[in-house]
Design a protein around this ligand. Structure first.
Ligand code: ARG
Length: 470
């Protein structure tokens, strides 16, 4: 049953229904639609539209429907569940209500439009989704911190341009991603503030004609405040754009993590091995163990960026106020949040069971002349200006490469041919341990600096601290 049949002589074309109806995806707003309806019923009862008795009956029926959808969220998709052939979730709830309380159900929509209704439902949905993503982000953060704690003494090569650059602690690598996820938590937390504003009472576009206490209504629904312009209230989807943008940045971080994990688990690097439970094999090549989960962390970013682009493109040319184009806001949001959730939940599964091959990591840390900067710093300590030291060390590296030796394997006399300031103590000063020990400043990879960083990160995501504003 359509909500708007009165003006029409004939029914809709079947293809138009298929094109126009949104129940097949917006049924996911079912519990939010009912919650919003309970809030609205109270608001119009305060405005004198419903008697106390009518409100009680409506609320009871709505709560009954709510319980039904909580046990079976897909109930609106089943034809026999009432609201046969409903156009969208709002029509479904209304006709399911009428099925239960008769014509009293027809009073609920007084002073309300599906325009302010859907905007409210979607904000309620987004608010919950953000809270879930934040909880998943905290869990992923905890796994990174746990990995860092396990590998706080493991040295590994750090890279720039994917060339061996300087040694770092494996923990330092893990905590880099923990910092990214902490910022993602902050971004979601911040966008939640602008999500949590109530458009109900904006009517179709001009505001409701009934004396609605919008401050009280917003409060009843757990919103921080009501929106302040009805045209904007019904048509604003910034809150979706902002949430999707936080999701997209987060997906970009997870994608980079995925890429590092793919590389590090390759035979060429061999730094890590995934547990069998999160890897898959090849249908043809019996020897293979593929890092599918890490690849999907990378791969899911594409569809999540796509959702953000789709939403922004949908809203960019819309005249005020509501336009049916806005119905296209839901699927990108649902899809992005579903897949971000999957990715975030995979992170602990992958990291908690990850095997780090410490000897391989250490070999890589030592190889590739990764102590060349330390040699230059050593020469600086002997009074050589850095630019000259850089030049001299470059020349020793070239010589050592030709000789097939590491810097520390060169005889002192060889070293001195290029670096006249080098003395006996040089070899002691270019060990990997010394290199790490030199980087004990805030944010550096020194052992103590990393221990502090682990403690800081652990305090940030310790269970129970999740609610703390980052
Ligand atoms: N299904 C619609 C949407 O998602 C609900 C709002 C319909 N409003 C209207 N004026 N036809 O946007």
């Amino acid at each position: 049953m359509a909500l708007w049949g009165g003006r029409f002589e004939s029914g809709p074309d079947a293809l138009f229904r298929l094109y126009n109806d949104s129940l097949r995806f917006d049924y996911r707003l079912g519990t939010q639609d009912i919650t919003g309806s309970i809030g609205w019923a109270r608001a119009i009862s305060r405005a004198g539209v419903l008697s106390a008795d009518e409100l009680t009956k409506l609320e009871a029926a709505l709560n009954d429907l709510l319980a039904m959808l909580k046990t079976d969220p897909q109930a609106p998709l089943a034809v026999e569940a009432g609201g046969q052939g409903a156009e969208d979730i709002h029509s479904w709830v209304e006709s399911a209500l009428i099925d239960r309380v008769g014509s009293l159900g027809k009073k609920l929509h007084t002073g309300r439009s599906r325009n302010d209704q859907v905007a409210t439902d979607l904000r309620l949905w987004t608010r919950d989704a953000i809270d879930e993503r934040i909880a998943e982000l905290f869990a992923a953060h905890r796994s990174l911190v746990a990995l860092a704690a396990r590998e706080k003494s493991t040295m590994v090569s750090g890279y720039t341009h994917l060339q061996r650059a300087q040694p770092v602690l494996f923990a330092h690598w893990a905590l880099a991603y923990a910092d990214m996820l902490a910022r993602d938590i902050a971004r979601f937390t911040d966008s939640r503030k602008r999500v949590n504003v109530c458009p109900l009472g904006s009517g179709a576009l001009a505001g409701s004609a009934y004396q609605i206490d919008r401050v009280q209504l917003a409060k009843d629904l757990g919103f921080d405040s009501p929106t302040t312009n009805s045209l904007d209230g019904v048509s604003d989807r910034d809150f979706v754009a902002e949430t999707l943008s936080a999701a997209a940045v987060c997906a970009a971080h997870l994608s980079r993590l995925g890429e590092d994990l793919v590389l590090y688990s390759s035979q060429e690097f061999g730094f890590i091995e995934f547990d069998d439970s999160v890897a898959s094999g090849s249908s043809l090549m019996p020897q293979k163990k593929n890092p599918d989960a890490a690849e999907l962390l990378r791969g899911k970013a594409g569809r999540i960026f796509g959702s953000l682009t789709a939403l922004l493109t949908t809203i960019k040319g819309l005249p005020l106020a509501y336009n049916k184009d806005l119905q296209e806001d839901k699927e990108p949001l649902f899809d992005a949040m579903d897949h971000l959730s999957l990715s975030l939940r995979m992170v602990p599964k992958m990291l908690d069971t990850l095997k780090v091959r410490r000897e391989v990591c250490e070999r890589a840390a030592k190889g590739g002349y990764s102590n060349a900067t330390d040699l230059a710093d050593y020469l600086v300590s002997k009074g050589v200006p850095f630019r000259e030291a850089h030049e001299q060390v470059g020349a020793v590296v070239r010589h050592a490469l030709a000789a097939g030796k590491a810097l520390e394997e060169l005889p002192l006399a060889d070293m001195q041919r290029f670096c006249s300031a080098a003395a006996n103590d040089v070899f002691d000063r270019i060990t990997i341990t010394r290199g790490l020990a030199a980087r004990e400043l805030l944010g550096g990879t020194g052992t103590k600096a990393v221990e502090h960083a682990i403690a800081r990160a652990a305090a940030f995501s310790a269970p129970g601290s999740d609610h703390i504003q980052p």
